[in-house]
Design a protein around this ligand. Structure first.
Ligand code: ATP
Ligand code: MG
Ligand code: MG
Length: 558
């Protein structure tokens, strides 16, 4: 295996394997089921599952479920779906930290017996005072020297529901003057009289994250426990537990930079507030940076995996430009999305010299490749009829516009219909308000797939559909949810930086007939318009709904 420059973990793992420290790489992805996963989690999934794949090891999916009041089955289900959709499969069954509650309880007893943990009755306020701060060492709790017997009895009473919430807690006995605040006798068990989605009413005490994570890693035989940099200061505690408990293996924690992207927020809590306040229609709203939102928006799993690879794994931090994500999405769609035509703001265009003799039942079929440079994707049929729709923006009566500036249809001039004839606009019909209701044009015979004759100089190529056979569609266009580059940076109020009207639904669009028979989640390039996807839920028979994924080219930054 070769180490790659943009992932510092490769060199570490290469060495661990070369030295014989590990025979196999075992990683885990450990989400807390308290919300839907976002782009940052997608990166973490790609990193953890990606390492297991690269080194032919294993990656577990473990729900880190130690805060039952915020967690739910809905989130557990959604997370599993997201991981699978991203293209990964976990080793064996799904795991839960709560699977280890019995063992963790035994570990707590082990610490007590070794004189390494005690039940402390300080209330939250007192405990805070005793902890000290970065400049000041803490003070030992007055309960720190309780005997093993007393601690065992009190801890049992905690477990049996004999105390109110907050009355006491089990703390590891480490060092109240450690410069690392995490080592100042951290709480390892607290009383929470709430049922748990996995263990029901069995427990009224729950282990805290730090006491759970490393031991769960050890119990699962995780070799490399990869997390984000905010846990760096927790590593000494992670190691302290591993050293002081009879765990079956010796995992190591490694930290890398969280993925942050501009113009968005990546925090389940903040994303939840957007859902709860009705800013978006749900966790999987196509504007959301959630995995399910991006999926619905038309981002492919492959594109997200490519993006994660581009971001890499480092400890340098920084904010990734949204343009990088968009580049990954666009490149993937350009390669893989079949082409189609959709007229979003239609005006009728009638062909004055439509050749009925060339047509069957009024239709002359044009054949177009589904993809310009992938013949293996096949061809599609475009019905050309006497009346068509083109986009209003593709026609002007202003004959003074230069050829360079307006490469579309101008009154009295030629344009090519994509995959069809060259036509010339000859007459315009308007209603009483002066709005154009119809353009009459003549076609130049023999120009389908052929260079036009001398003197016929089309300004450009425009898209079109048959007015009689096109299907009506709704196209939803999205803008960024936030209009600020760093909507939540430094505690900024992200709710105050929401873009007004980030969703535009265009009801009267017309798509080529084949788009009535595609499947939800199929992506297309609507020629000249951008990339679009058939909505995962709302596209169906009799209702054609497409979401705009991304523009064809990078838009100039505002
Ligand atoms: P949030 O604040 O959004 O809830 P979290 O870190 O609390 O994020 P967890 O469910 O605990 O969410 O995360 C599961 C895994 O995903 C952890 O290993 C965490 O480090 C990782 N992760 C979360 N956010 C990011 C991110 N922005 N970039 C990279 N990894 C992330
Ligand atoms: Mg977390
Ligand atoms: Mg969190």
């Amino acid at each position: 295996t070769t180490a790659s420059a943009n992932n510092f973990l490769h060199a570490i793992i290469d060495e661990d394997l070369a030295s014989g420290k590990h025979q196999e790489v075992v990683t885990r992805f450990p989400p807390e089921p308290n919300g839907f996963l976002h782009i940052g989690h997608a990166h973490s999934i790609c990193v953890n599952f990606g390492l297991a794949m690269k080194y032919q090891g294993r990656c577990n999916l473990r729900f880190d479920d130690t805060n039952p009041e915020k967690e739910s089955q809905e989130f557990i289900d959604a997370i599993q779906e997201d991981v699978k959709w991203l293209g990964f499969d976990w080793a064996g069954d799904v795991r839960y930290s709560s699977d280890y509650f019995d063992t963790l309880y035994d570990y707590a007893i082990y610490l007590i017996k070794a004189g390494n943990a005690y039940v402390c009755d300080l209330n939250a306020e007192q405990a805070k005072e005793y902890r000290g701060n970065l400049k000041q060492p803490g003070k030992n709790s007055p309960y720190r020297e309780r005997s093993v017997e007393e601690n065992l009895a009190l801890f049992e009473k905690m477990r049996d529901g004999g105390f109110e919430e907050g009355a006491c807690a089990l703390r590891a006995k480490i060092d109240m003057s450690s410069p690392n605040m995490n080592m100042r006798d951290p709480i390892i068990y607290r009383i929470r009289k709430v049922p748990h989605h996995q263990t029901g009413d069995k427990w009224c005490i729950y282990p805290i994250y730090d006491f759970t994570h490393g031991q769960s890693d050890a119990l699962e035989g995780i070799t490399h426990s990869i997390c984000t940099l905010e846990f760096e200061g927790h590593r000494p505690l992670y190691e302290w537990f591993i050293e002081n408990l009879p765990v079956p293996s010796q995992p190591k924690q490694y930290e890398f930079s969280r993925l942050n992207i501009n113009y968005t927020v990546t925090s389940k809590r903040k994303l939840k507030s957007l859902v709860d306040e009705g800013v978006v229609e749900g966790w999987d709203d196509p504007r959301m940076p959630t995995i399910s939102g991006m999926r619905r928006r038309g981002y492919s799993a492959q594109a997200l995996r490519n993006f994660s690879e581009m971001v890499g794994v480092n400890r340098a931090g920084g904010i990734v430009d949204m343009g990088m994500l968009e580049h990954a999405i666009r490149t993937d769609l350009n390669d893989n999305a079949p082409r189609a035509m959709c007229v979003m703001n239609a005006v009728k265009l009638s062909i004055t010299n439509f050749d009925q003799a060339k047509a069957m039942d009024g239709v002359e079929m044009m054949t177009q490749p589904c993809h310009p440079n992938k013949p293996e994707m096949g061809e599609r049929q475009l019905p050309f009829t006497e009346t068509l729709y083109i986009d209003r923006a593709d026609f002007t009566e202003d004959t003074t516009l230069s050829r360079k500036k307006f490469k579309r249809l101008v009154f009295g001039e030629y344009v090519r219909l994509r995959g069809g004839y060259v036509i010339k606009a000859e007459e315009v019909v308007k209603d009483e308000q002066g709005t154009i209701t119809e353009i009459k044009a003549s076609l130049v015979p023999g120009t389908v797939g052929e260079t036009p004759p001398e003197g016929v100089k089309p300004r450009g190529v425009i898209h079109w559909v048959s007015a009689t056979l096109a299907q009506k569609a709704t196209v939803r266009i999205y803008e960024r949810l936030f209009d600020h580059e760093a909507p939540d940076f430094g505690g900024r109020d992200y709710m105050a930086h929401l873009t007004d009207n980030s969703l535009h639904a265009l009801e009267g669009c017309w798509v080529e007939p084949s788009l009535a028979n595609t499947t939800p989640e199929q992506s297309f390039q609507f020629e000249r318009e951008g990339y679009f996807v058939a909505d995962r839920y709302e596209y169906g028979e009799g209702r054609l709904v497409f979401n705009k994924t991304i523009s064809l080219v990078e838009s100039k930054s505002k």
